[in-house]
Design a protein around this ligand. Structure first.
Ligand SMILES: NC(=O)C1=CN([C@@H]2O[C@H](COP(=O)(O)OP(=O)(O)OC[C@H]3O[C@@H](n4cnc5c(N)ncnc54)[C@H](O)[C@@H]3O)[C@@H](O)[C@H]2O)[C@H](O)CC1
Ligand SMILES: [K+]
Length: 535
């Protein structure tokens, strides 16, 4: 049985779901005022614990501000608290009061004339304590740290002046900003910037992860994100989420539950999955090698790689364990025809992964594998060819599972009529998966996966080091190898896809830690896959 904390860390909610969960807690008797006190108390404690971080703006380290280190009086830590009209502002005011009593030099910026009742009471008390309160941005004294409690999940509309311009000016200060719940100005679900938004160095997400934390467009505003768990009962989470298609963060515990894939002590290579990779062309030979090396790391029992004849010896030298199938090639050096060894046809394989480096000249091969009854991963040119065939109609005819692994550009070519993936990635992949009846893995800073039933899995951490040619080929091979093995082991395919995406990101993170972000070329990445498991 997973413990409560692990379960909570997998949940991702929308603003409406969060409000419904909160309402159940209040209806059950928890006083609003007590919950705010508890939540803000936890935030205040975390603020005092966090070591000073170098402030990065535009990629440059500006200063190493010694705020909140050691005795606040000695450090002279000055903390500015930004207070909005709702309960996000109320949280901020409780933090202000706590830090004031811990000896910090606190001031409050409260630009709104109308506040919710509880927020207004906390402001009144702060004033009675002698904490200075300012209404306009021009009056604000210097500070070592800002706490952003302007808006939380209650932000409904675009920010306008004067608050929008105040936020822009605050962002310009070379001062770290810690946001409460989420950076003010971000849409809680889409992560869209509503006019403007606070650029936080650190964000305390309250209670449950909100969807915005995994939307690419929000990432540069969030800084370092952490969950403040304030003991939301699991029963309330379940009660609210039961009918909604679930969105889950892939945690180390969930991914590692499948890794390495279980292998009985008595087995043989064909029982541990047989993967067929179809990849490469004279023009793109490296893609085939990288896909093969990704598959190697998966531990797949048997690996066959179909490439144009002229690439055969190259592939053999890089992957001596694989069966390299040299195929007749077009004048341009693409695979012209799949020529599998005698007594072998596509039904000999547990899974097929097709696409990296093929070029569009390999269209007949892609059509052939789509028509097969094998579990299939399509990537790169496999996706471009599918887009030309009409993705939705073509995929709906398949009998076996299909996994698509597009980046945003490929996604738009595949699904031109699905709402823009740049606006709301989760919604876009959900619709694409539902319409095509395929599993859709959308690559990005936070890769997300949807199944046709509407469930979504999110890779919660990654590294920009993976934004590099060939890194997707490695994922395709890895995923293919896992899928071929899973076909023999009754593990749900979605779990395998999520596991592969998590593993790939973790290898990037580990490689970047050891070699810097610049040192993670795709070949190096393949060498870190096993290290993720053996570390
Ligand atoms: N999740 C929990 O269980 C807890 C949440 N807490 C905190 O409360 C906020 C949500 O509070 P709420 O009052 O509902 O909303 P906000 O503070 O985000 O602000 C809404 C407030 O702002 C007005 N408004 C909305 N859009 C605009 C706009 N564009 N311009 C101006 N004003 C706007 C709106 O009318 C409301 O008055 C949550 O994030 C947590 O921080 C609890 O404290 C603890 C439990
Ligand atoms: K906020």
């Amino acid at each position: 049985m997973q413990n409560r904390q692990e379960k909570i860390s997998q949940v991702v909610v929308t603003a409406v779901q969060m409000r419904d969960i909160e309402d159940r807690i209040f209806a059950a008797g928890m006083p609003v005022v007590a919950l705010m006190e508890k939540v803000a108390g936890l935030i205040a404690r975390r603020i005092q614990e966090i070591p000073p971080t170098p402030l990065k703006k535009g990629g440059y380290i500006l200063s190493n501000t010694p705020f909140l280190r050691g005795s606040p009086q000695a450090g002279g830590s000055r903390v500015g608290i930004l207070v909005g009209p709702g309960h996000n502002g109320g949280d901020a005011l409780v933090v202000a009061r706590e830090l004031h009593f811990r000896g910090y030099e606190v001031w409050i910026y409260s630009p709104f004339s109308k506040l919710k009742e509880l927020t207004s009471q906390h402001l009144q008390y702060a004033q009675s304590l002698g904490i200075p309160i300012y209404q306009t941005i021009e009056q604000l004294p210097n500070s070592d740290l800002l706490i952003d409690g302007l808006f939380g999940f209650g932000l409904e509309r675009k920010l306008t002046n004067p608050i929008a311009s105040a936020i822009n000016q605050l962002n310009e200060l070379s001062v770290p900003i810690y946001s409460i719940d989420l950076p003010s100005g971000l849409h809680t679900d889409t992560g869209e910037v509503l006019g403007t938004a606070i650029r936080a160095t650190h964000t305390f997400c309250l209670g449950l992860w909100k969807l915005a934390f995994f939307q690419d467009q929000a990432l540069e505003y969030l800084g370092k994100a952490e969950l403040i768990d304030f003991d939301i009962p699991l029963a309330d989470v379940k009660a609210v989420l039961k009918d909604a298609p679930s969105i889950r963060r892939i945690t180390p515990a969930t991914a590692l539950a499948n890794l390495p894939l279980p292998r009985p002590s008595v087995t043989h290579k064909y029982k541990e999955g047989h993967l067929l990779l179809i990849c490469g062309s004279r023009r793109y030979a490296g893609g085939a090698i990288l896909t093969g090396l990704g598959a190697r790391a998966s531990g797949v029992g048997m690996l066959s790689i179909a490439v144009p004849e002229s690439l055969k010896s190259l592939l053999v030298s890089h992957l001596p364990e694989a069966l390299i199938v040299g195929c007749p090639e077009t004048e341009t050096g693409a695979i012209a025809q799949l020529q599998l060894p005698e007594k072998t046809d596509l039904s000999s394989f547990n899974a097929i992964a097709c696409g990296p480096g093929l070029t569009q000249d390999a269209t007949p091969i892609v059509q052939e594998v789509i028509e097969s009854d094998r579990p299939l991963i399509l990537d790169a040119d496999g996706l471009n060819i599918l887009a030309q065939m009409g993705a939705i109609a073509t995929l709906k005819k398949r009998q076996a599972v299909t996994v698509l692994t597009p980046h945003t550009g490929e996604f738009q070519r595949l699904f031109p009529d699905v709402p823009d993936a740049k606006h709301d990635r989760m919604q876009a992949i959900r619709e694409a998966a539902a319409q095509s009846e395929a599993i859709v893995l959308l690559k990005g800073s936070r890769t997300a996966i949807a199944n046709p039933q509407g469930a979504v899995w999110i890779v919660p951490e990654s590294t920009p080091a993976l934004a590099r040619g060939g890194s997707g080929d490695v994922l395709t091979g890895l995923l293919g190898g896992l899928l071929a093995q899973a076909a023999t082991k009754e593990i749900p395919i979605e779990n395998i896809v999520a596991t592969a995406a998590w593993w790939h990101s973790q290898a990037g993170i580990l490689a970047a830690q050891e070699r810097t972000e610049l040192g993670v070329d795709a070949f190096t990445l393949t060498q870190y896959l096993i290290k993720v498991l053996s570390n």
